[in-house]
Design a protein around this ligand. Structure first.
Ligand code: SAH
Length: 328
């Protein structure tokens, strides 16, 4: 829902200010439409129905995996595809993964979104509506900006959404922005008033290899990004999550685990090893044994290192996969 449009429409209709908060509360708490908002006059509900679309997005497909993961393919008004995912865990956690751009201008070689044409930045309302569509399916408590796109290139809109997420049930502590290492965005987040978590998609502790995997490394090198992450840590005193995608025979040797350990400090960085979700790229995922040896090496060096649970593989839940298929 475009909350600016809601605000101006309520003003034009001469409604008292509290109407905005009423509508937002219902929406943030998972109402399916204006018709459920029983404390609004029926005539107002009808006018809003006409003038303020309940969502800026339309649902194109909904895929539900056997593990409870739900993935939505949504379209913007101008027909741009966006993916968003709800992951439900046995311990009760309800975590969402939202997109910040349609497509992505960065061309990480392992990523299905990187292979798509870049569309545009999403508006704050298009980002928020992803969370709201999922909130109509279940209660939510965690959010990561790990869907399509680079959130640090659209940070003002992402932060606007972060400010609204607590009303949807997701606190700042349980919100994370994931970045390839877009330094100006990291610095802006450090200086912002929104105390969310930072995740860095690192993938290789060696500049030459990292540039091969992620061309953006030519622009912001490992040391540049590391320095920006350290500034974030100095200011926020919150551990930074490192994501490290495990590509078989490429970045998954024990020697490379040691390089990673040399780059980072175990009290500042928590490492999440990500099993590769195969796409049409040249890579294969690492063997289970290689992942475990990599993890053990990091642990021996004093790091908290985990291997991410695989979710939703039967529904093409890897970044960009569903949108890429829909476009084909
Ligand atoms: N641009 C941001 C956020 C989007 S990608 C970033 O790069 O952090 C979110 C995460 O999904 C990244 O860590 C990325 O490396 C990972 N990812 C992309 N494609 C993947 C795949 N096929 N399998 C597993 N993880 C993938």
């Amino acid at each position: 829902m475009d909350l600016n449009l809601l605000r101006s429409t309520l003003e034009e209709l001469g409604q008292p200010r509290f109407r905005f908060d009423q509508v937002w509360k219902w929406t943030a708490e998972g109402a399916q439409g204006y018709h459920e908002m029983s404390n609004l006059p029926a005539s107002l509900r009808a006018q809003l129905e006409e003038r303020v679309p309940f969502s800026t997005l339309t649902e194109v497909t909904r895929a539900e995996a056997s593990d409870g993961t739900v993935k939505l393919l949504l379209n913007t008004k101008d027909g741009r595809p966006i993916e968003t995912v709800l992951m439900r865990y046995k311990d009760g956690r309800r975590s969402i993964c939202v997109s910040s751009q349609s497509g992505c201008p960065l061309t990480c070689t392992f990523c299905a979104t990187g292979a798509m044409k870049f569309g545009r930045n999403l508006t704050a309302w298009e980002i928020l509506d992803q969370a709201l569509h999922l909130r109509r399916i279940d209660e939510l408590d965690h959010c990561v900006f790990m869907g399509m796109g680079e959130p640090m290139m659209n940070l003002d809109n992402v932060l606007e959404v972060c400010r609204r997420l607590p009303d949807v049930g997701i606190t700042h502590r349980r919100t994370g922005i994931s970045t390839v290492g877009w330094v100006p965005g990291i610095d802006k987040l450090t200086e912002s008033d929104v105390p969310v978590r930072l995740a860095w998609s690192l993938h290789s502790a060696e500049d030459a290899l990292r540039s091969d995997i992620m061309p953006v490394n030519d622009r912001y090198s490992l040391q540049d990004v590391k320095a920006a992450c350290d500034r974030f840590y100095e200011k926020r005193r919150k551990m930074i999550f490192v994501e490290y995608i495990m590509l078989g025979g490429v970045n998954d040797s024990v020697a490379q685990a040691k390089q990673l350990a040399d780059l980072l400090e175990p009290w500042k960085y928590k490492i999440n090893l990500i099993p590769y979700n195969p796409t049409d790229s040249v890579y294969d995922g690492s063997e289970r044994g290689a992942m475990e040896a990599f993890r053990q090496t990091l642990e021996d060096e004093g790091f908290n290192a985990t291997i991410r649970l695989i979710r939703g593989r039967d529904i093409d839940a890897a970044c960009g996969q569903l949108a890429a298929k829909a476009a084909a």
